[in-house]
Ligand binder design. Sequence first.
Ligand SMILES: Nc1ncnc2c1ncn2[C@@H]1O[C@H](COP(=O)(O)OP(=O)(O)OP(=O)(O)O)[C@@H](O)[C@H]1O
Length: 603
Amino acid sequence: MTVPAEPAARRALPLRAALSLLAVVIAAALPLVLPLFQVTLLVNVIIFAIVAVGLVLLTGILGLTSFGQAAFMGVGAYTTALLTTQAGWSPWLTLLAGFAVTGVIALILGLVTLRMQGHYLPLATIAWGISLYYTFGNTPALGGFTGLTDIPPIGVFGVPLTSPRHFAYLALIALGLTGLGAQFLLSSRTGRALRALRGGPVVAEAFGVNPFALKVNVFVLSALMASLAGWLYAHSQRFVNPTPFSLQAGIEALFMTVVGGPGHVWGALLGSGLITALREWLRGALPALIGAQGNFEVIVFGILIILTLQFARRGLWPLLDRALPAPPPRAPARAGALPVRAKPQPGAPLLEVERAVKQFGGLRAVSDVSFSLRAGEILGLIGPNGAGKSTLFNLVTGVSPATGGRVTLGGQDVTRLPARQIHRLGVARTFQHVHLQPDQTLLANTMMGGYARGRAGLLASLLHLERAEEAALHHEALRQLERVGLGPHAHTLAGNLALGQQRILEIARALVADPTLLLLDEPAAGLRYGEKLELITLLRRLRDDGVTILIVEHDMNLVMTLVDRLVVMNSGEKLAEGNPDEIRAHPAVREAYLGVDLEEGAA
Ligand SMILES: Nc1ncnc2c1ncn2[C@@H]1O[C@H](COP(=O)(O)OP(=O)(O)OP(=O)(O)O)[C@@H](O)[C@H]1O
């Protein structure tokens, strides 16, 4: 198969490592060399960068827009302010208390709002952002709109961090840990699931992800990051009032993320630094230029938001990142093998569809269709456009539940099971319309298929404790890429592949799940003649390895050459069933396929 060559990346590692090291050295030197006022600004940049890292996960990767992160910052800030000033708690203890309070509030808000679709979710975040702001301002115990003062400094080994120069190091460590955790998370199985989920729940769920649970987890995690930022803010300012936690601050935090590059952890730092510096400069420069006092910088920010959304939707970080050589591929670490699923005996009943019905309003897309599939078979599902093939696929895979009838898999009734549970029983699929991450490598896309074979949760991913599991998945993904003929291009971006090859990549992704039953939706669309022959060879080899295949395909030559049996659908109903010779000779099928050559095979 022809795929664009991978960029050479030999020099990339030393250069990228050197630049990262330089960034760390500069960050460590800044609190010592900058004037005190600018060190205070630097602390603010770091604090908002922590909030922005949370937004990278929530908005940049997962695609959930939140205007309310500053309110979570306020929860962390007020919790520590209240408990340190009124109850004499240690700030270290109140950090944990802030996490607990923020976690509970975020969990409740997440459970209520994250089921909302489209623009309703951002509107909901505005609503609770405003509510929390007024809760801070209208609660006498929190000092109303005046706030709470005399917050004690944080002590490290008994030394109080009263100087901004010292405090900056604590903030830098907090940012470093948050950023590192987020990077680990993004390159883990959870990160891959987040990216898949951004494209809609169907793909993510087809590989075993629970979309709602994952969304809630990441929502809470990003709120905890904001809470950490609020804790730092309270102890750097030594007083709190509602203003820095308002809706406007929430919008600014989102703006920092968007400007910096919403899909990149480094973008959070870049955006926070740029916006904070710009705000300070404009606050001084604009009144002098205009000759009147006012918050003119807010107007400039509004214009900048529009320009960024218009001309640099992916933010500024990708522009810098692109100027550097691409990072070199990671060599897979030594790893043990993943557990392999026991395959049913060839010939044993595997899939049983009994009188399946799917009704869309007045349309009966699938009407009383029954067929069975035995282990080790390749069954073709064919029919003219609109016959109901994809709908039937969706019933079998749990994407949309049947209106009537029964589907059993290995004797187990799966008619009402969600897609993620059916997948865990050994069903993997490809899609009629390719669903891949074009900006991720073939390897990363393929590893997504092994989501259900991994165990590492959000915390293990954050702390990078899933190395052994990742290494095993890495090896397995490479093995499956080799198996489908894409091995040499494992580190190419999926978006660089031709559409036909992207379909083959989807097969590799499905194979990483170690399926018993593989469902292929038009896998040959877009392939050239030679590639179709390779596909036939591949699918036969898979069958010989114990994988049972159900294939929807419009290429009659390929289907007739490949399959053991066929089910033909027309207008939602089963028209015929039999081996290729029987189907070719079937009068009703010949009529439905008027004009199509059913006589010849591809090989
Ligand atoms: N979500 C839906 N809501 C309403 N109607 C639907 C929905 N999904 C499919 N249909 C309708 O059900 C019928 C069967 O569609 P389906 O996509 O299953 O056919 P198909 O055999 O896969 O066709 P093709 O080969 O063109 O992909 C069509 O009339 C289609 O418009």
